[in-house]
Structure formats: structure tokens, C-alpha cells
Design a protein. Structure first.
Lengths: 229, 229
């Protein structure tokens, strides 16, 4: 298997939250994929997927894009491996967490991280990134990422549903992690990869959970190039 | 079984989102409970539960309070009936939706509804409600519930994770409703019971889902005293 994985100037710096979901899902299934560093402007490399964003998974002659679709593909194609969801109903409810992470967590994080992302991009990506993001947000990157202190407080508040769960149990999915955990943890690998920002208080139950997730699968995520909080 | 259920001046007007979760969970399990109208100041009536809030379920000599605990009690005690969650993993992930509904949806709704709740309260409850809520919010009820138009827009935005799911499938839990649906739907029965506020645009996928939920179990929720949007 091959996984196209968003990279910065340094090809080992992999900062996509969506790609991290899949790298952990692959580890959960005991599957290995060669990760191929990919930059925003390498649109041609993804032509076979019919779209222009990562993650894209190649499994033999099968091409799957979009992290949720890839997780479902892995679950359905490798049923003899440990389940990512824990059943059909759990899969559907996990999709809610996927939507929440995308629309709440990642939507808040991008505003905190734009300038840090920019600083770590390959030079080929910088102009594209600045132009596309400034068009999307209607202002300079530096202005979107201003007022970080307020944004961090709001981000912490938005984590309350996860905090309640993680006060009562070790992982979002219970005693051990499932894809629900990889979804939310992927969000945290994004800042960790490219920013020294301190998002969580050290006495936050989410902080302890993140430590456990960093250690999962032999420290797969902890070993990746990034900034320790 | 008996269920203590929050009521307004009119004893048939039942407006607690947490009690609605349980009434739908009971219907899902094919169980019936006599609902006992309860007001905020009837603290003595709940003494056997060791706390002062509803829902409280009496099942023989068993007393259970807190909607999440009651849902778990029903699931574990009536395993031969249709499952509320669809398995252990799904139950844990559903707890996330429970926390999200409490901390995001209900936290937003209470600010929209305080004056409408007050207008529907039994006269014995009014002073207690005004004093306790004005203390909690640090301002008069009327001031908390001001600027509704902005608050409605923010509430609609906060529903985005549910909207994404309900664009792709009929219920949050898939092809048919489970407790994940009853959690979120309970939030909507709160405004419906006591307010003429229009929370959703009619072309919102959540609007159609809410219609299906109102019709579930022979129109259990639709028949309850309230305001149609």
C-alpha cells in the first residue's frame, strides 16, 4: 500500500490531520503503507484519484481518497483485522465525531495555525497556500492567526464534549482506542507538527489522553518530527 | 415504572430535553412508564434519588437519576428488548454525542429559551427559576434571551456535525433511530414545548429529520402539547 501524505519543506514533517487519522488506522489494523511525501501543488501526482487532496491510499489497483472513505475501505477490506469502529452502529455514530472534528476542531485550528503552516511549507507551496487561504478567509494569513490567546481559550472550550468523555474513560472509544480516537488525535498532530503553540493545560484530561495516543503503536506519533508541548 | 418528568403550569406540558430522551428510549425498548409531572421546586418528591433533578426513573425498588445513567440502566436491564446503542463500542461513542448535546446544544438553547420557559412555569416555580438562573447567568432572564436572531444563527452553525450526518443518512444512527437520535431530538422538544421560536430553516436536513422523529412511535412527540414550527 502507498499513502500520499502532506509534507512540509522537510519531507519528514507530515502535518495533515486527515493523513494522521489514516496512519493510525493502518497501525490499528496492523497494515503497513509506504508514505509518499506530497505537497499542496503536486496536483498531478493525485490525478488517478480524480481530485486534488490527501490522504490518497493506493492498495494494489484500488485508489481511495478522503479520510472517512479510506477508513471505511480499510474496515470493509480487512475484516479479519481489529475493527476500527466496533460494529455497524458504532461506525455510524463515529461519523458524527468525524463531522464534529472537521467542522469544530479543524475549523478552529486552521485559524490558529495558518502562519505556522506557512513557515513550514516547501517553497513551491508558499505562494499557492498564501493566495488560496487569503482568498478563503478574506484577509492576510497574519491577520487570521492574530489574537491567539482568545482563540486558544475558545478552542479549549470547544473540546468540552471530549473532555467529559475522557474524564470518565481512558479513550473516546472506551478502554482502548478506536477510529473515534484517531479522528480527534489527528487534529492534535497538526499543531504538533508545525507549531510551538500550547493548546492544552497540563491538567486537562485531554492532555493525558493525548500523551497516551502519542505513545500508541510504539510511539508512532511521538517519533514524528514536530514540537513537544 | 414511573418517570418523574418536568412540567409547566399546565401539567401536560413536558419540556425537559433530558426527560424526552428517556421517554423516547422507553418507547424504543417497548416499555411503558407512568410519567409524573414534576416542578423545579418539588425537591422533596425526589428525595429517594439523593439529588434534586429529573429525569428520575423508578423501576420496582430501583431508583435511577440522570438521563445517561437511566439510558444505560434500561439497556443493561432489558437486554432482550431492541438495543438503544447497538453494542458496547457504539454506546461509548454515543456518550460523546450526549456530551456534545449537553455542552453545545443545550447550553445555546437555554440562552434562547429562558424567558419562554419562565412564561410557562407553574407559579410555584417562578421565583425559584428567576433567582437561580439570574444568579447563574449574572443578569436578568430578559437580557440573557436578548439578541435572538444572532443566537439562532450561531445555534444553526453549531448543528453542522449533525447536518453532515443527516445529509448522508436518515438518522444519526443510520437507517433507523437509536439513542444517539433521541439525545439530539430531546434538545428540540425543549423549544417545541414552550416556545414559538423558529430554530431551523425548512430546507435544513435537520428539519426533515426532526419531522421523522416527531412521527416516531405513533407520533409520541408530535402529540405532546407544544408549538409547531
Amino acid at each position: 500500500m502507498k499513502l500520499f501524505d502532506l509534507a512540509g519543506a522537510e519531507s519528514a514533517r507530515r502535518f495533515s490531520p486527515y493523513c494522521w487519522r489514516i496512519k493510525l488506522a493502518l497501525a490499528h489494523k496492523g497494515l503497513t503503507a509506504e508514505t509518499i511525501p506530497w505537497r499542496f501543488t503536486d496536483k498531478d501526482a493525485l490525478a488517478m484519484s480524480g481530485q486534488g487532496r490527501v490522504p490518497v491510499l493506493l492498495d494494489g489497483d484500488k485508489v481511495v481518497s478522503d479520510s472517512w472513505a479510506i477508513a471505511n475501505y480499510l474496515e470493509d477490506s480487512y475484516q479479519d483485522r481489529p475493527s476500527l469502529f466496533g460494529g455497524a452502529e458504532a461506525r455510524r455514530v463515529t461519523r458524527f465525531i468525524n463531522s464534529w472534528a472537521d467542522t469544530v476542531l479543524n475549523a478552529a485550528l486552521v485559524r490558529l495555525l495558518l502562519t505556522d503552516i506557512y513557515a513550514h511549507l516547501h517553497e513551491h507551496d508558499r505562494r499557492y497556500f498564501r493566495e488560496s487561504r487569503e482568498k478563503r478567509f478574506g484577509m492576510p494569513l497574519e491577520q487570521v492567526s492574530a489574537d491567539r490567546d482568545t482563540k486558544i481559550i475558545e478552542f479549549r472550550q470547544s473540546l468540552e464534549p471530549a473532555r467529559i468523555i475522557l474524564t470518565a474513560q481512558s479513550y473516546i472509544a472506551g478502554d482502548s482506542p478506536l477510529y473515534a480516537d484517531y479522528i480527534v488525535f489527528g487534529c492534535f498532530m497538526w499543531p504538533r507538527s508545525i507549531s510551538s503553540i500550547r493548546l492544552l493545560a497540563s491538567d486537562d484530561p485531554i492532555f493525558s489522553w493525548r500523551e497516551r495516543m502519542l505513545d500508541a503503536f510504539g510511539g508512532l506519533a511521538r517519533k514524528a518530527p514536530g514540537y513537544a508541548e
